[in-house]
Structure formats: structure tokens, C-alpha cells
Design a protein around this ligand. Structure first.
Ligand SMILES: Nc1ncnc2c1ncn2[C@@H]1O[C@H](COP(=O)(O)OP(=O)(O)O)[C@@H](O)[C@H]1O
Ligand SMILES: [Mg+2]
Length: 308
């Protein structure tokens, strides 16, 4: 039986209020023209994209014992994600983000709830052996859990499990533990702002070179400029796709899933995997929301062919 990839990260729902008549006004009520509740969370988007491509994703994280927690578990089921190591808490609610969207301006309010409380109780050395790969998504939101990641990376390595981290943004910009994580992790995913903040370099390419001195394989996502990586001393660039972008939500998570699927499930050489990931990120921008693209392996190959 094929081994699953474990996605460890936040569980939260996104409340989307679109077409605001104006930005919020103190002491006034304003209206919006669209309302949706959708599964949020970068780990969920990455796991679900990995599943659409043809992989077998599993999930580890903490949900509250409430309707939003149930909503996320149902969304995992629908996306074919096994909630193997999802825990539930009675003491805090599931995380929620309210997205207020006016034109291209998106203002967000997040209640971290269970995200910040997660401590990875079920992630024992025994439990992780069931997986071929572990991906950590957005560790800086997981205030309690992040202290455990260094030892989990080491345990994974001892058991022959490959690992990746997408740091996402660290609001403190201190990037605590990252030096230790970079020593053990196989693939580090960051976007250009994150790469620049982590290294103090002035540009993403220079930042990628600096990261390559600290970690085995930095992969830097450059938004509409594509992606860059350094593997075994070789700089590899994936040029951008010039496309009619609808929404970039979750592009980075689709990129991560594409890269992991290409390397783990298709055994693609590194440079091909980077191009595949770049296409997976770009294709997701053609749809609204992070999970709407539902790209299959074939979809990505066709997308690459059509946009050569
Ligand atoms: N405007 C865009 N046009 C084409 N591709 C894009 C665009 N924005 C993002 N992408 C694709 O998605 C990937 C991830 O996007 P990026 O914004 O860099 O990461 P993150 O979502 O992690 O901040 C990029 O490397 C690229 O492949
Ligand atoms: Mg990102």
C-alpha cells in the first residue's frame, strides 16, 4: 500500500464577506454582497491539492469541539484527507478568519483558537512511522507546537521519513528555531518576503543563495515571477506563467503540494519538480479560493503544455 504524506498545521474556517460597500466604519453597519464559509488553513489547502494530484494525504492538527471543527473534518473527508492525527479540544474553539474583501483589498481578522493551542500529542516517534513524508505548514501560528518541531524533524530523519516546512510569515520576524529546523529539513518552502526577512538580504535571489548555505534545499516562491531554488549547488529557476489571475489565495500551498507530489509520488528530478510546482501554483490562481482548482496530475501537464 502506498504510504501517506502527513500535513501538520492549522485547522480553521474562512468566513468570506465580499463586495463590501465600503471599508468598515466605526460604530456603523455596512453591508456586503457575498458571503461564504469555506475551509481555510494553509495545511488544509496543501493537503487537499496533494490529494487532487493523486497522492494520499493525512492530517495532524487541533480542532475545537464545535461546528467549525466538524465543518473542517467534513471538508477533509470530502477532499480525501485522512484525519489520522487530528485532535479535539474542549477548552478553545476552532480557529476562524473573517475576510473582508473590497475590490482587491482583503482585510483579515483571525481568532487563532485551537491553532495556537495545538501541541502535537499524537505525533509520537511510533505514529510518524506510518508516513513517507511530513510537511509542516505555517508553524509560526502554532505557538505551542513549534517548540517540538526540531525534535520531530530529527526523529523523522532517523526513521527515513522525508520532511518539508513552509514557514509562512512570522509576525515577530524573529524566525525562532528556524536555524535548527533548516539543518534537518529536506525542503524549505518560503515566499520572497519571507526569504528576505529571514536572511536580511535585499532580494529573493540573494536570499535563496544565503538560505542554501543553511539548509539542504531552499525553494523560494516568487509570486508572479515564478520560483527559484538551489539544489546541490545548482541554481534552478522556474520562469513565471503569464496568466489571467483570478485569485492568488493558496497559490503557495498548491505549489508546495505540486512539488511534494512530483518528488515523492512521481520521482521527478528536482528541476522538473520545481517546474511542475510552479505550474501547480499558477494554475490555482485561475480559480477563486485555494481549493477550487482541484488540479489533477494531467491538468498540470496540460497546463504546462498549453502555456509553453
Ligand atoms: N500572479 C501570478 N501569476 C502566475 N503565477 C503565480 C502568481 N502568483 C503566484 N503564482 C504561482 O504561485 C506560486 C506561489 O505564489 P507566492 O505568492 O509566491 O507564494 P505564497 O502564496 O506562499 O506567498 C508562485 O511561485 C507561482 O508559481
Ligand atoms: Mg505562503
Amino acid at each position: 500500500m502506498e504510504k501517506k504524506a502527513l500535513f501538520v498545521g492549522d485547522i480553521n474556517t474562512d468566513i468570506m464577506m465580499g463586495g463590501l460597500a465600503s471599508l468598515p466604519v466605526p460604530d456603523r453597519e455596512i453591508t456586503c454582497t457575498s458571503f461564504d464559509i469555506v475551509p481555510g488553513s494553509s495545511a488544509f489547502i496543501a493537503a487537499s491539492a496533494f490529494g487532487s494530484l493523486g497522492g494520499a494525504p493525512a492530517f495532524a492538527g487541533l480542532a475545537g469541539n464545535d461546528e467549525n471543527g466538524e465543518f473542517m473534518l467534513a471538508a477533509m473527508k470530502a477532499a480525501g484527507i485522512s484525519p489520522d492525527l487530528v485532535e479535539k479540544t474542549q477548552t478553545v474553539k476552532t480557529g476562524v478568519t473573517v475576510n473582508l474583501i473590497q475590490g482587491s483589498v482583503r482585510s483579515q481578522i483571525t481568532y487563532p483558537g485551537a491553532i495556537a493551542e495545538y501541541s502535537g500529542e499524537l505525533l509520537t516517534s511510533e505514529a510518524i512511522r506510518a508516513y513517507a513524508h511530513i510537511h509542516f505548514a505555517g508553524p509560526y501560528q502554532q505557538l505551542k507546537f513549534k517548540d517540538k518541531i526540531t525534535s520531530l524533524l530529527e526523529k523523522a530523519k532517523e526513521s527515513g521519513i522525508t520532511t518539508s516546512i513552509d514557514t509562512q510569515w512570522d509576525a515577530s520576524e524573529k524566525w525562532q528555531h528556524l536555524n535548527a529546523w533548516m539543518k534537518s529539513v529536506d525542503y524549505l518552502f518560503v515566499n520572497s518576503d519571507e526569504a528576505v526577512s529571514i536572511t536580511g538580504c535585499s532580494g529573493a535571489e540573494e536570499a535563496c543563495e544565503k538560505l542554501a548555505l543553511m539548509t539542504a534545499c531552499p525553494v523560494v516562491k516568487l509570486g508572479k515571477a515564478g520560483a527559484i531554488s538551489i539544489n546541490s549547488g545548482r541554481v534552478i529557476k522556474a520562469p513565471p506563467y503569464s496568466i489571467q489571475v483570478k485569485d492568488t489565495t493558496g497559490a503557495g500551498d498548491n505549489f508546495d503540494a505540486g512539488f511534494l507530489y512530483a518528488v515523492l509520488m512521481k520521482g521527478m528530478p528536482f528541476n522538473e519538480a520545481l517546474h511542475f510546482a510552479n505550474a501547480a501554483g499558477a494554475r490555482s490562481c485561475l480559480y477563486t479560493g485555494g481549493t477550487a482548482a482541484k488540479s489533477t496530475f494531467r491538468n498540470i501537464i496540460d497546463f504546462m503544455e498549453a502555456n509553453k
